[in-house]
Design a protein around this ligand. Structure first.
Ligand code: GTP
Length: 395
């Protein structure tokens, strides 16, 4: 059954309107999340709906000429609008790239308008129009492909679909040019069904394109949520002041890692250390200076870590290091080097900072709680014995 032009334009108007409304619904949430560029795609679909409606009026009413002229304008503005949205979406430069695209659209429309106004036959106008449309499609396709290589990964699936819909339009435009070519310069009527087929393909391309845009939006929101989740977890696991593990994370991770290491018969040591007289730094030099000393000490602690070791801040000026594949002798060496490095730390008034630590080696099958209790006792012994020392306690 040959396609009726008026029916095709009606369907096209309704579909583009629905697509614009659908995009519009998501546009609000996209804007709230800073996904700029989306609004141009909504505008594009809305304009295509108006364009299809005008073509319907042009073919079915006496409004003819004006409706055709404005309708064609909306179709030639389509690709530049899409690309403008994409460029903003990816945060790319708008000019001079967009100047070329808009320039081509304006020039193309001018040529078509002059041809139409000058009374050129339908087939010639159609060839002019589709040639410009093809050129636009090629430029747009080239931009989309360049973004496929460099754009953000969550948008790639959507971009592939957009490239596909652009390719379909280019192929259809070329086909229409070829079909109209034999009629150029004649008054013979060009079969209308081809334009109807083109509109149907346009509808399919619009549905593909809009799905692609929603896919891109979804991908980006998902990627950002994922990144936010990772960041939240990192913050929850990290002590905000010093950057070493928080107490909760240190205890939880130590419990798991200790069990695994002991099951593999790896020697594990725990050192719990506490600065001596830290309270007086706070009291005499102020809390910010106390913070600065804690930050510098934590940096020393991180420097003393070997690959796989875990350091955490248990609270105040108390820190702990869980050392894997580490004998007590090795742990004492590490602790002594840390104590010496801490002794070189100077507070704002030049005073030195000393360190007391308790060190224990894990017994086979021992859990973290028991290991920590013993290390804490050793630390207490170091403090009681006059501070500025490491007390190692064997299991
Ligand atoms: N600047 C700063 N001080 C803190 C922070 N958290 C706890 N403190 C302080 O750290 C001090 C810890 O003091 P203690 O370890 O009990 O005492 P100390 O003066 O180091 O004495 P000894 O440990 O017995 O040698 C307290 O005064 C706390 O108020 C913090 O985040 N920043």
């Amino acid at each position: 059954m040959p396609l009726d032009l008026a029916t095709t334009f009606t369907i096209s108007t309704v579909v583009h309107l629905m697509m614009a409304a659908l995009l519009g619904l998501f546009w609000r949430s996209a804007r709230r999340r800073g996904k700029v560029g989306f609004g141009w795609w909504v505008l594009n679909e809305a304009m295509l709906a108006v364009g299809a409606l005008l073509l319907l009026l042009a073919s079915a009413t006496s409004l003819g000429g004006l409706a055709l002229a404005v309708g064609n304008l909306t179709f030639l503005a389509g690709m530049p609008l899409l690309e403008l949205g994409l460029r903003i979406w990816f945060g790319r430069r708008l000019w001079p790239g967009m100047a070329w695209r808009w320039g081509l659209a304006v020039l193309g429309y001018g040529v078509w308008y002059a041809a139409w106004h000058g009374g050129l036959d339908y087939a010639s106008r159609s060839v002019i129009f589709t040639a410009i449309n093809t050129l636009q499609g090629l430029l747009f396709g080239q931009y989309v492909l360049s973004q496929l290589r460099t754009g953000d990964p969550p948008s790639r699936r959507g971009l592939s679909l957009i490239a596909l819909s652009a390719a379909v339009i280019v192929v259809m435009s070329l086909w229409r040019s070829v079909e109209n070519w034999p009629y150029v310069g004649t008054d013979r009527a060009v079969p209308g069904h081809l334009l109807a087929v083109l509109m149907v393909v346009n509808i399919a391309a619009a549905v593909t394109r809009v799905s692609a845009m929603l896919l891109m939006l979804h991908g980006r929101i998902e990627a950002r949520l994922q990144a936010a989740g990772v960041e939240l977890e990192r913050r929850a696991n990290t002590d905000a002041l010093t950057g070493v593990a928080s107490r909760a994370h240190f205890e939880a991770a130590s419990g798991v890692l200790l069990t695994q290491a002991l099951a593999s018969r790896l020697p594990v040591c725990l050192m719990v250390c506490d600065m001596d007289g830290f309270k007086s730094i706070n009291d005499q030099l102020g809390h910010p200076e106390g913070d600065a000393v804690l930050i510098r000490f934590a940096a020393l602690l991180r420097d003393s870590l070997r690959h796989g070791d875990l350091a955490g801040r248990l609270g105040g000026d108390e820190f702990a290091v869980l050392m894997f594949n580490c004998t007590p002798a090795m742990a004492v060496g590490i602790g002594e080097r840390l104590r010496e490095a801490a002794a070189a730390l100077r507070a704002a008034d030049g005073r030195t900072v000393s360190l007391s630590a308790g060190l224990v080696a894990a017994a086979p099958g021992e859990d973290f709680e028991s290991l920590y209790r013993r290390a804490d006792r050793a630390l207490y012994a170091a403090k009681a014995a006059g501070r500025n020392r490491i007390v190692a306690e064997s299991a």
